[in-house]
Design a protein around this ligand. Structure first.
Ligand code: ATP
Length: 703
């Protein structure tokens, strides 16, 4: 068969067949006469939609390489495998296949990093126009049923293609082009109702067991009409399918606490996605970090899923995979081969070997076919000057061994009903209830941290209480009372924040993942988090207040004691709110632990002890107004000093230094500018504002 003409613009290729090549017979049982692809590629489907082209032209003769511009054009064209052959593997029109994904002229670009833009502006490039990097170059294609491998050298755009199709591009990345799911345009909200996505790095709640994790996911994701029994059955089925029954009661584990193995984690991640019976499953490098046996095992399971062996409906499974071993490669039905953001080949796996053979690169004996595909398309890193020309020639040879054809965006439109008929998950209040239970259970598992905090609280309270033991009501107590009240405020204003700052950024990342899968609303998560955080925090200020108050011997009236306790509680909540806000905005633990100490120091500096609020320079008034430590310190001082009657010795009276009532100290320190209720209101406002900002950070900052 010879290629006689190639019209790049119209995607029309005229070929003539000169022999009965075996691959031609599999793709097209045509005669030896001349064939015009525009004639043979379009057939009508049952419901009147134009079906995808179903022909793949292979040629025998060597073709002189086009020059560079031509190669670029060809790389941008669609190279779709023959659907006739795919139908022999998995028929996209079969009842078992419910999802067909088609994309056309997809161009994905990344904006330049803000850091780089900033550096350029520092260098004085005022009119600097940020560069855009193209990650995918005008690619088109279709994924019908079966198990698909997205392969290519590192940096070729595998994850980008997956993320684009799954509507999970990051904020710096944009795309143009069309993507259709069963013939309809879709967005993230729609896709996450029918599709699952397993990210490369599995992020799980390390304190829950396998079964608990699946149970909570099922509760949060399964439609509201599903009964408890049905849900339990679903969890049991998934554990069976994923081979997780033997570890169902084992904790997932954290870096410090060993739990299930890496392969089991990966299986659990797949299982979590399968609970809602997705029609489409994306997996980014599912075998990374797994040994060859575990990887083969996992891919075997995915193969079964893709062929409807473990569920009544087949799931279309798309995996990006780097360099699969040959046994794994054999499990894939179809392959998309990427190089530098272009699709070099897409179609049945076996057909890929034929195409490469026709292009002049037959797979050597005893070589892993996947290795061979990648070896051919991966440029050597020897720095030779002719490398890029050689690679361009190889690319063009591979492309010319196939026929560039156009995809049909309406493919799968007859299955659209299934796509729109997915019921919704549980309502908001139910989500809050489930998340409350989950967060409480997690806190219970982290009880060693809770116990450590309690022990620490008691130690600090006893230490402060004994250092300032029974300060009394003499004149010496006037100068001892203020430091101890300030120290109590500072103490409660730090510990809560430190616990949050070390845990919340990791939790936030996990939440982002779960929300990306449509597991729950951000507000439901946040409300549950705040309730549990407050409950867990409650005992510390209460115990601290009881121990400290009576050891120091502050005014022994119930009212004053409970107001002191209220301030300690509010101060502790204000510090955790500040930490929540900082970690929600800074996003990473590293940045959060850098910023938080500064914020705590500022609160302490403007805490009203070192310099009375009245004596502060005006330009620092805003920092003073934002210090929750100050409101606590002023509040507990007003509480303690009001109605405090002090005793004076004859020497004090003689020296004229007798302070008879606490109100005198209030006036001297300038604390009479705000009432006690004002301090409480100010701290409450501080807590609310910080938590609202933290919520907005969790809700809207997506990376
Ligand atoms: N947000 C982004 N901003 C800038 N460049 C990006 C961005 N995301 C990806 N890239 C670049 O796009 C190219 C393709 O990245 P992608 O992660 O899709 O490749 P990959 O084939 O999955 O690679 P690997 O196998 O190494 O994971 C790489 O050169 C990468 O550096």
């Amino acid at each position: 068969m010879n290629l006689e003409s190639l019209d790049e613009d119209s995607d029309v290729v005229t070929i003539s067949s000169s022999s009965n090549e075996p691959y031609l017979n599999r793709g097209y049982n045509g005669s030896k006469s001349d064939i015009h692809l525009s004639d043979v590629n379009e057939t009508s489907s049952e419901n009147g939609h134009v079906a995808v082209p179903i022909f793949n032209a292979l040629h025998e003769t060597s073709i002189s390489a086009p020059h560079h511009e031509q190669q670029q054009t060809r790389l941008s064209q669609t190279n779709l495998g023959p659907y006739e052959q795919q139908e022999s593997l998995v028929d996209p029109n079969s009842d078992r296949v419910t999802t067909v994904l088609v994309w056309q002229n997809l161009v994905v670009s990344a904006k330049e990093d803000d850091k780089n833009r900033f550096l350029q502006s520092l260098k004085g490039y005022k009119n600097y126009v940020p560069k855009k990097k193209q990650l995918l170059v005008n690619v088109s294609g279709a994924i019908t049923g079966g198990l698909w491998a997205v392969m290519g050298p590192s940096g070729s755009g595998k994850s980008t293609l997956l993320n684009t199709l799954a509507c999970r591009l990051d904020v710096n990345t944009t795309y143009t082009g069309e993507m259709r799911l069963n013939g309809a345009a879709y967005d993230n909200a729609e896709l996450k109702r029918i599709a699952g996505y397993v990210m490369q790095d599995d992020m799980l709640n390390g304190h829950l067991t396998v079964e608990e994790t699946l149970n909570y996911t099922a509760e949060l994701r399964l439609p509201r009409h599903v009964t408890r029994e049905q849900r339990n059955d679903r969890v049991r089925d998934v554990m069976n399918d994923m081979g997780l029954v033997h570890v169902k009661n084992v904790i997932i584990g954290t870096p410090l606490k060993k739990g299930i193995s890496g392969g089991e984690r990966k299986r659990l991640c797949v299982g979590m996605q399968l609970l809602s019976r997705p029609q489409l499953l994306f997996l980014d490098e599912p075998t990374s970090g797994l040994d060859s046996v575990t990887a083969l095992d996992l891919l075997g399971t995915l193969h079964d899923l893709a062929h409807g062996k473990s569920q009544e409906k087949a799931v279309t499974v798309v995996c990006s995979i780097h360099q699969p071993q040959s046994k794994i490669f054999d499990l894939f039905d179809s392959v998309i081969l990427l190089k530098q953001g272009n699709i070099l080949y897409q179609g049945p796996r076996e057909q890929a070997m034929e195409v490469f053979k026709q292009a002049g690169y037959p797979c050597p004996l005893y070589t892993n076919p996947a290795d061979h595909l990648l070896d051919v398309v991966t440029p050597p890193r020897d720095g030779a000057s002719d490398t890029s020309e050689k690679q361009a020639l190889i690319d063009s040879q591979i492309l010319q061994a196939q026929t560039p054809i156009q995809v049909d965006l309406n493919l799968g439109a007859d299955k659209r009903l299934l796509y729109f008929n997915v019921p919704k998950g549980p309502p908001w209040f139910t989500q809050v209830r489930i998340l409350l239970r989950r967060t409480l259970q997690e806190q219970f598992r982290k009880r060693d941290i809770l116990i450590a905090s309690l022990v620490q609280t008691v130690i600090m309270a006893v230490l402060i209480g004994t250092v300032f033991l029974k300060i009394g009501i003499g004149q010496r107590s006037v100068i001892r009372r203020q430091p101890v009240l300030f120290f109590c405020s500072v103490n409660q204003g730090v510990f809560g924040a430190l616990t949050v700052i070390n845990t919340f950024p990791v939790e936030r990342a996990l939440t982002l993942r779960e929300r990306a899968s449509g597991t729950y609303f951000a507000s439901a998560y946040f409300i549950a988090k705040i309730i549990v955080e407050t409950l867990v925090q409650l005992p510390m200020p209460i115990i601290f207040s009881i121990v400290v108050y009576f050891l120091i011997g502050l005014q022994p009236t119930a009212g004053k004691f409970f107001i002191f306790m209220l301030f300690m509680l509010l101060c502790s909540m204000a510090s955790t709110s500040l930490a929540l806000m900082i970690s929600a905005i800074c996003k990473t633990t590293d940045l959060s632990v850098t910023v938080l100490p500064m914020a705590l120091e500022v609160s302490r500096l403007f805490g009203g002890f070192f310099l009375a609020p009245a004596n502060l320079p005006k330009y620092f008034a805003w920092l003073d107004a934002l210090s929750y430590v100050k409101y606590t310190y002023v509040g507990v001082s007003l509480n303690e000093l009001s109605n405090l009657h002090l005793t004076c010795t004859a020497a004090n009276i003689a020296a004229g230094s007798c302070v008879k009532v606490g109100e005198t100290t209030i006036k001297t320190l300038g604390f009479d500018y705000i009432p006690l209720g004002g301090c409480i209101g100010a701290i409450l406002a501080y807590i609310i504002v910080c938590r609202v900002i933290a919520f907005l950070g969790v809700r809207f900052l997506k990376s």
